[in-house]
Design a protein around this ligand. Structure first.
Ligand code: NAP
Length: 334
């Protein structure tokens, strides 16, 4: 576990997070303290055993802890800041630019951070600048920030904005682009990461330490693969919710209450995902193991095959990938 000195923790993970209105269970918060993904269905000890070793919080060749600036202090920024504070970072290690007063007030209450309403020279102390604004306002937000952050490493969590646009807007080559997903808000996200050639190994380690507070991560070798990440894990939570809706609807139609059907559907998804995550066997084998010939699951899978659910699903994801490419083109025009 990383220890960075006294923990200033205005928001405890066991209290409802004022940003998301959600609660972490004890197991989740403990696992989050270890900077790892939380594995549903596993005990706290099993979660620690399943955990990847986490890198140190700043590059080996620097002696002082990093100062991290956030441009935009909304949901995504709060998920990351909350994770870093749980790992021991303190409010004075962050500078946040957040023009929206209500969001700034939440940052103060949750983390004791006084956000700046606009960019100012204080940003120059940042080792890392995290871009957590909506894609549509990235270019506009970059103009007042870039004069102060020439020496920093930049990490964008903004969906769809390509690194050539970011490098152009910031006049800086040290850029990492990421594609998180919404379970990041409860510490169970997965993020695709791409780094530009000027980004060093130490830079990548710092980014990993920041991103792992929101869950797992995967590096991709070329930037176009982030469109596939967008189509798979970026948009993926919506696919899961869609299936959950269908399963809940079907369960209700079969006589369960909505609450029972929802609980059964959600637990089935998280349980099956945990089983797949803990196994190295092909997914097809896992499926076949619960599909005995002539049984109930076999009847359901046969119906899905006849309805061509799998090819329709592949086609849907291809549409998402295509749309990600188009949005990248649109956002990059500025
Ligand atoms: N939430 C997720 O799980 C998730 C997942 C994948 C990717 N992302 C990406 O993460 C980015 C942030 O998403 P979010 O959900 O955190 O959005 P959000 O909650 O709306 O936060 C963005 C914040 O940035 C502020 N802002 C607007 N213009 C600004 C400027 N010029 N300078 C500084 N701050 C400015 C916004 O204020 P106003 O409200 O006044 O505009 C808002 O408070 C997006 O690009 C999104 O695509 C998020």
């Amino acid at each position: 576990m990383i220890s960075l000195g006294p923990v200033v923790q205005a928001w405890s993970p066991k209290q409802p997070n004022p940003f998301f209105g959600l609660n972490y269970s004890a197991g989740e918060s403990e696992a989050a303290n270890y900077g790892t993904a939380f594995y549903p269905g596993q005990s706290f000890i099993q979660n620690i055993l399943l955990a990847r070793p986490t890198p140190t919080l700043w590059p080996m060749n620097t002696t002082s802890p990093p100062h991290i600036a956030f441009i935009g202090g909304g949901n995504m920024a709060s998920a990351i800041i909350g994770g870093l504070i749980r790992q021991g970072m303190t409010a004075d290690q962050f500078t946040v630019v957040e023009p929206f007063g209500e969001t700034a007030a939440k940052l103060k209450t949750a983390f004791g951070i006084s956000a700046l309403p606009a960019a100012e020279p204080a940003l120059a102390q940042a080792d890392l600048v995290v871009w957590a604004v909506k894609p549509q306002v990235f270019a506009e937000a970059a103009t007042p920030v870039s004069p102060h952050t020439g020496a920093a490493l930049h990490l964008s969590v903004a969906a769809g904005i390509r690194t050539d646009s970011i490098r152009r807007w910031l006049g800086n080559e040290r850029v990492v682009r990421s594609m998180p997903n919404t379970p990041a808000l409860v510490g169970q996200g997965i993020t695709g990461l791409f780094s530009c050639p000027a980004v060093s190994v130490n830079d990548r380690r710092l980014v990993e330490q920041v991103i792992c507070t929101t869950g797992q991560y995967v590096w991709v070798e070329n930037e176009a693969q982030l469109d596939a990440v967008t189509a798979l894990s970026g948009s993926g939570p919506a696919y899961v919710f869609y299936f959950l809706e269908a399963m809940t609807e079907a369960g209700t139609g079969m006589g369960l209450t909505t609450e029972q059907a929802r609980q059964l559907a959600v637990a089935t998804f998280s349980g099956a995902a945990a089983l797949a995550g803990a196994s190295s066997e092909p997914l097809e084998v896992l499926r076949q193991r619960v599909t005995s010939k002539g049984g109930t699951t076999h009847a359901a899978i046969t119906a899905m095959e006849m309805a061509q659910i799998k090819p329709a699903f592949v086609q849907a994801m291809q549409a998402a990938e295509q749309r990600a490419r188009e949005l990248g083109d649109e956002f990059g025009k500025a």
